[in-house]
Design a protein around this ligand. Structure first.
Ligand SMILES: CSCCC(=O)C(=O)COP(=O)(O)O
Ligand SMILES: [Zn+2]
Length: 196
């Protein structure tokens, strides 16, 4: 995939997320893998209304989130965490949304949110509904290296999500569609656990 194709996909995908109310204000950011050796991602530009992105509102970055071609627009402030997640997990797409339920769940269970006996877990990549799944929670930071280290310390290959406390949710998958399906299912699961 080239940057122009990635830009179209990311703009369309951001519009879908915004319609769900998951990218309020200028919150949230998405990325998709352009190449693996070296690792290159297309990530959404920083500070924009993600529901109004055009295909050129994306930036090519390396594994540390640094732009490959310096100059405007600036990449997401969280591009460094996208890079770390993609490098560690092998994901083809990483999604970050400011949905409320996971942030509330992290407030209640700051050492990890446990889920079990829920059919929607199958939509999160589990073969069985009765696996115990713990969604890791890490403290928020403005330093993407600190966040990346916390993510890596909590990483499990079978759990493609991370809650950043008092901030939002990261989910990843082989491509944008799988990452979205997982996000939709996990948001349902988090609402269930909070509301029940
Ligand atoms: C009100 S959004 C604060 C920044 C943030 O957490 C976010 O997800 C958006 O940052 P970006 O640089 O990707 O626009
Ligand atoms: Zn954020």
């Amino acid at each position: 995939m080239n940057l122009a194709e990635a830009g179209r996909l990311l703009a369309d995908e951001c519009a879908r997320y915004t319609a769900l109310g998951w990218m309020r204000g200028t919150s949230g950011n998405l990325s998709v893998r352009l190449s693996s050796s070296p690792l290159r991602l297309a990530v959404t530009a920083s500070g924009l209304d993600k529901g109004e992105l055009t295909p050129s509102d994306v930036v090519e970055v390396d594994a540390s989130g640094t732009p490959v071609h310096p100059g405007p627009p600036a990449p997401s402030a969280e591009a460094g965490l996208h890079g770390r997640i993609a490098a560690v997990s092998g994901a083809g797409a990483v999604v970050h949304v400011h949905v409320l339920a996971p942030v509330l769940a992290a407030e209640r269970w700051p050492s990890g949110v446990e889920l079990r006996d829920l059919e929607m877990l199958k939509g999160f990549g589990r073969a069985a509904h009765d696996d115990l799944v713990t969604i890791p929670v890490v403290p928020n930071s403005q330093d993407m290296e600190v966040l990346g280290d916390a993510f890596e310390a909590s990483y499990r290959a079978d759990t493609p999500a991370l809650i950043v406390a008092r901030h939002g949710l990261y989910v990843w998958g082989s491509d944008l569609r799988q990452a979205r399906h997982r996000t939709e299912c996990l948001e349902w699961l988090m609402r269930f656990i909070i509301e029940s």
